[in-house]
Design a protein around this ligand. Structure first.
Ligand code: GLN
Length: 304
């Protein structure tokens, strides 16, 4: 059913109220020490529709650390320059979460998909190879799609992750051991941390994700076959080990990041992005998922 803007706004407000109370049970990430300083009570939600409606509730224009939300845009940027890149990153779901070294080891260094960290490192590596700078290419694409000139990589967040990280280093070395990287390991990691440290707002991300929903934008951003595939892999892998739970509860292709952002899309209808820093054990925003679940339920948004 078609909802008017004022009806969507009312549903978004109610979803935020529910998300805010759910967020109290989560924990802000400790893996990137700099992100621990973020206000845990911040909450933003934004919705865009293919009909041109746009709305924001709460902190919807505040900049936050996009982290793994950037993996979606890095994949788009790579597919534009290397249409055959899927064969390097795969498209199978993960059972073991986004940072599993075990899963990568068992598969002889072949990542499961472009959204687990191993696959995202491959995407960053290949973008670096093709464009000369993965972080600049991804930041420029997000800037362009969101129309938000404030989008930029936060050097303090990037340095904080670089200083504290062991797991991505381990994954990158396993990839290198299996001959899957084109660049030096340290260069790939530096671009990966900087790419994850790109900032954006909930409203900017809802706008940037519009190509997932609006078929009229497909040919401008990426060809329709690839947009369909990306939506499929977001549904099965965008929320890592929780993807099945999210498909059941929400029913939308979605991508999360440890900065607390969650972006979901309903092809043909619109996008919704929530930001709330406290996370669950999978690294997904507790309040963000709860708010999107409520919004999807009350608006009738579902791919099923
Ligand atoms: N930079 C983070 C990491 O590599 C991104 C993970 C995430 O947002 N899920 O651990």
């Amino acid at each position: 059913r078609e909802l008017r803007s004022d009806q969507l706004l009312e549903l978004a407000r109610r979803a935020v109220a529910l998300g805010r109370s759910a967020a109290t049970t989560g924990e802000v990430t400790t893996k990137i020490p700099r992100l621990a300083a973020v206000d845990r009570s911040a909450f933003g939600l934004a919705v865009t529709t293919v009909d041109g409606a746009e709305l924001g509730v709460g902190d919807s224009t505040a900049q936050f650390s996009l982290q793994s939300l950037t993996k979606l845009f890095a994949l788009v940027a790579l597919l534009r320059v290397e249409p055959g890149a899927w064969m390097h990153v795969g498209w199978a779901p993960t059972e073991l979460g986004y940072g599993s070294v075990t899963e990568l080891e068992r598969a002889a260094g072949r990542p499961r998909n472009p959204f687990v960290n191993a696959g995202a490192l491959i995407v960053t590596d290949r973008l670096l190879h093709h464009t000369g700078s993965a972080v600049d290419t991804v930041a420029a694409l997000i800037c362009d799609l969101s129309g938000d000139p404030a989008v930029a990589s936060d050097a303090a967040v990037s340095a904080s992750e670089a200083a504290a990280d062991h797991r991505n280093r381990a994954l990158a070395h396993v990839l290198a051991e299996h001959g899957r990287l084109l660049n030096d390991v340290d260069a790939v990691l530096a671009h990966y941390y900087a790419q994850c440290a790109i900032t954006g707002s909930a409203l900017g991300m809802a706008r940037a994700g519009r190509f997932l929903a609006d078929r009229r934008l497909h040919e401008q951003v990426l060809d329709s076959d690839n947009v369909r595939r990306i939506n499929a892999v977001l549904l099965t892998s965008g929320m890592y080990g929780a993807a099945g739970d999210i498909a059941y509860r929400v029913g939308l292709p979605a991508k999360s990041g440890v900065g607390g952002g969650v972006l979901a899309a309903l092809p043909g209808v619109g996008t919704v992005c929530a930001w709330s820093p406290p996370l669950d054990a999978e690294g997904n925003s507790v309040g963000g998922v709860a708010a999107i679940e409520e919004f999807a339920r009350t608006s009738g948004w579902s791919v099923f």
